[in-house]
Structure formats: C-alpha cells, structure tokens
Design a protein around this ligand. Structure first.
Ligand SMILES: [Mn+2]
Length: 501
C-alpha cells in the first residue's frame, strides 16, 4: 500500500505551468482498447478465495502485495508481490506494487473480493508525465479498474478508498491482516481496529493475524492439477537453463570468474522464460560447493572441478523450480568424485522411495540420512567405535551431520521454501499427501581443510536435488528428464556439447 519513500533530488524539475500541463495532456489518440482478457489463473484464485472465505466467516481479511523497496535514491528493486497476495489475487510477476486484496464479509455470508490499487492515471494528471514510479511516461500504462476486473474477475477500487473501506461498519473490529506483506498497511489495519473498538488485546490481534498467515501458507501445501502444471513449466524452463550451463562450461573456464558466467547464463534463461530466478543461483565450483548457500559466485571454474549449480526458474505465475546438479567441468568424473557422487545418489534414491502417502515428511530425511551415515561409517569417518545406529540417534548422535548439516527436503511452489509458516506438527511431522510438491536433496560436503576427510575427498561437495510430486501410491520425479546418475550426467554433457558444435 505504501512503497518506501524515495529520496527527492532537488536538482531536477519538471515544468508544471498550466500551459505545459494542458499541452502535455493533449494530442493523444483515444484509449479504445478492450479491457485485459480474463487470465487463466482467475478461476483458480477465485476457488482459493472461496476456501479462505469459509475458514474465516464474517471477518474482513486484508492481504497486501507490498510496496516498492528503494535500491538507492530514486531507483527501486524489482518488485515481487507477496506470495499470499499473488496466490489469492492471481497477479504474478511484477504486479501490482502497493495494491491490497480485501475479502469483505458479505451480508448474506461469504466474502466479496476487492482489489485496491493505483489505476492508470488520466493524462491531465501530473502523475501521467512526472511520476517516475507510477506515471505512464516512466513505467508504461498501468491497468485500469476495468482491466483488473476483467482480468481477475473481482472488484477493483482506487487505493485512495482503502482506509475508509477498512474502517466501515462493524466488520472493522473483525479485521485480520497479513502483517509481513506491508508494514504500513498493518499500521492502517491496527488503527481501524482500535477506532472500531476491538475487544482483542494487542497480543490477541497479533495471534489472529499469525493464524491467518499460517492458514494461507498451509493452503498451498497440496497443489491442484493446474498448479502441478505450473511446476512442470518451471522445471522445463530450468532444464533448458541447465543445458545452457553445460554448453557454457568451457567458456566459463576460459573467461575466468567462471561462476559468475554460469550464474549469468542461467539468469538469462530464467529472465527470458519467466519472471527470473526463484532464488539467488548457487554456482559453486570446487571447494565452494562445500559452502551450502554459496551465492557470491566469484570463483574460477577449472577443468577437473565439479561445479554444483542450485538454481530454479520462477515463471510468471511465480511457481519456481529448485534443482541442483553437480557437474564435472571436463565432462568426466574422477574416481574420488564418482565415489562421493554415487553415495549421494544412493541417498537420494532412498529419500525418494520414502516419498509416499502415509509416510511423514521427516521420513524422507531419515531415509536419505541413513544412507549417508552408512557410507561415512564404511569409509571410516565416524569417530572410533561409533556405529551407524548411534550416529543416527536423534538425541545423542549426529556425527554424520558434520558432512551433511542441512535438511533433505522442503515444500516447493510459489515460494522456494513454500508453506514455511506451518507448525512443526503440520510440516516435519505432517503426513505426505497426494499433490504435495517437495525437494529431495541429500548431499555430502568435504571441505578442502577438513582433516578428518580422506585426502582424495577434500574439496569435493556434491548435492543432487530433484522436485517430486506425491502421488496416490508414491511419487513422481517431476525433474526426471534431467539426468542424475554419474553415467547419465557424463552422457548428458557429451550430448549437449555435441549438439552445440
Ligand atoms: Mn532446495
């Protein structure tokens, strides 16, 4: 609702005499295009809103898109709407900063959905030519109220009406807001509640808001057929990006600072195919692979290295893939690299086998980690006398975690770490249900300075990450088209390079 304030430069000015205003407002062709056609997502968003309406009858629900964040002075970061807002409104990509979705309780039950936003300003307004954030001269034409209503199938209102509308009638005392979407919107909602004489304490209001946010997070846990289709699109685009990386590896070696080259190649495809990357790409060659979230990507890529690339394309609907492949730069794994890779692959197979209805989410990690622990024990890396069972004991064990410290899975969807607000009982301890989409990403990390690791393993880090869909009787690996075993990866690299020549 309120973007961060930009610093105003005093050394610039736009003419604003009446004569100039009249001149710049005149001589344009009439706007006679039809309103934006209905978006495919509109029906899906409407169904989601209907489900939300049933859960919170009689309450006014406020979900902000968030505002523009200043990068420096009068330039902003690329806008990405809050995920709960995008999910319920159907708006994606970079639309619409400062807008607010309100589910207004209807007298006869249910809710009426209203999107408050800044519609296209008329040409005789100063905004038209002088507002560098919203003006048509600067950022192009914005949607009109008719556009939004036609595109999304809900009511559109000017943002200026929001404050009064939130405070109207006795539903003002029964407001809930997604707090983290837009702090100033939260302040506005708090003011409306207080004015309406809410009987809830500040803590109770906060808990009510948290309950809403958690519910919205949980609504995305099971994906419907359309959402799974969006995931497939994101994964297909990511696959294309990875093949471009494979093609670019020799160039990355040649140019120096090769990790950045790889990051850029993937970013090009992400931006071309969709909204961009779903998270900062990790392009980690050699020992950098052992830094779990290596996103600086400043390193060299050398022949003989493995390069671990963890990257995903976020398509315009904001669904994102999250894939990791660990690739030998020359196209061939060394014996030591293969040994580590095969162990991680075996762990991933075990993790995937645990993805089925009836199992708990945490069973995936347990299955993958059991393989990791067994391998480390076989290689003699666990402390003297420690058995596989002992290290796997959750209370007293954990030695194997030195080489695999993170979780094996997370939910995936419109957020790379989707459904993050759920409580432990619904996430870690939750049962797997058909329609859930999650990652399976075991790894082994042997840092170059790890004196407990065999010398041949030092500097090798391997992670393999795929995106799986829970089905009625198991799972489908949605990223199965991207080769995974050592042999398949070597063939993949050879094939991509042969095609490139
Ligand atoms: Mn991941």
């Amino acid at each position: 609702m309120t973007s961060e304030q930009q610093a105003q430069a005093s050394h610039r000015s736009t003419p604003d005499s009446n004569q100039f205003r009249e001149f710049i407002a005149s001589g344009w062709a009439t706007r006679d295009r039809p309103p934006t056609p209905r978006a495919e997502v509109a029906d899906h968003a409407a169904r989601r809103r209907a489900a939300l309406s049933q859960r919170f009858p009689g309450e006014r629900l406020v979900i902000g898109a968030g505002g523009l964040k200043v990068r420096s002075n009068d330039t902003d970061y690329t806008f990405r709407p809050h995920t709960a807002f995008a999910h319920l409104s159907g708006l994606g990509a970079d639309t619409e900063p400062d807008s607010v979705l309100v589910l207004d309780p209807a007298p006869g039950g249910g809710h009426h959905a209203v999107l408050y936003f800044r519609p296209l300003a008329p040409r005789d307004s100063a905004e038209f030519y002088s507002d560098s954030r919203y003006g048509e001269f600067w950022v192009g034409p914005r949607p009109t109220i008719a556009d939004i209503e036609s595109q999304l199938g809900l009511s559109g209102r000017h943002l200026d009406a929001l404050a009064d509308d939130l405070a109207k009638d006795d539903a003002a005392a029964r407001l809930r807001v997604v707090r983290d979407a837009d702090p100033q919107l939260t302040t506005l909602v708090e003011a409306a509640r207080t004015q309406a004489g809410t009987t809830l304490t500040a803590q109770q209001r906060e808990e009510a808001d948290e309950e809403l946010a958690r519910h919205l997070s949980g609504m995305r846990l099971v994906k419907d057929a359309w959402e799974v289709g969006e995931m497939r699109k994101a994964i297909a685009a990511t696959h294309t990006g990875f093949e471009a990386i494979i093609e670019a590896l020799p160039e990355a070696v040649r140019r120096g600072r090769g990790e950045r080259w790889i990051e850029g190649v993937f970013g090009l495809h992400a931006r071309h195919a969709g909204n961009g990357v779903g998270y900062e790409s990790i392009c980690a060659a050699g020992d950098h692979a052992n830094t779990i979230h290596w996103t600086k990507n400043t390193g060299e890529v050398h022949d003989g290295d493995l390069i671990l690339v963890d990257a995903g394309v976020e398509i315009d609907s904001l669904f994102t893939a999250d894939i990791t492949r660990t690739l030998p730069v020359t196209g061939r794994f060394s014996d030591a690299q293969r040994k580590v890779y095969d162990a991680v692959y075996e762990a991933q197979q075990a993790g995937m086998a645990a993805v089925k209805p009836g199992n708990k989410f945490s069973d995936i990690h347990a299955a993958a980690n059991a393989v990791i622990a067994r391998k480390l024990h076989e290689w003699g890396l666990l402390p003297e006398g420690v058995t596989v069972e002992q290290t796997l004991d959750k209370e007293t064990g954990g030695w194997h975690r030195r080489w695999m410290v993170h979780g094996t899975s997370h939910h995936l969807g419109m957020d790379v770490h989707d459904c993050q607000l759920l409580l432990r009982e619904d996430y870690m301890d939750g049962e797997l249900l058909p329609g859930m989409v999650l990652t399976v990403e075991p790894a082994l990390y042997f840092k170059a300075d790890d004196l407990l690791a065999p010398a041949e393993f030092r500097g090798i880090g391997v992670r393999i990450e795929d995106n799986v869909l829970v089905t009625e009787d198991g799972c489908e690996n949605l990223s199965a088209a991207m080769p995974r075993t050592c042999d398949e990866v070597e063939q993949w690299i050879a094939r991509v390079r042969a095609n490139a020549r």
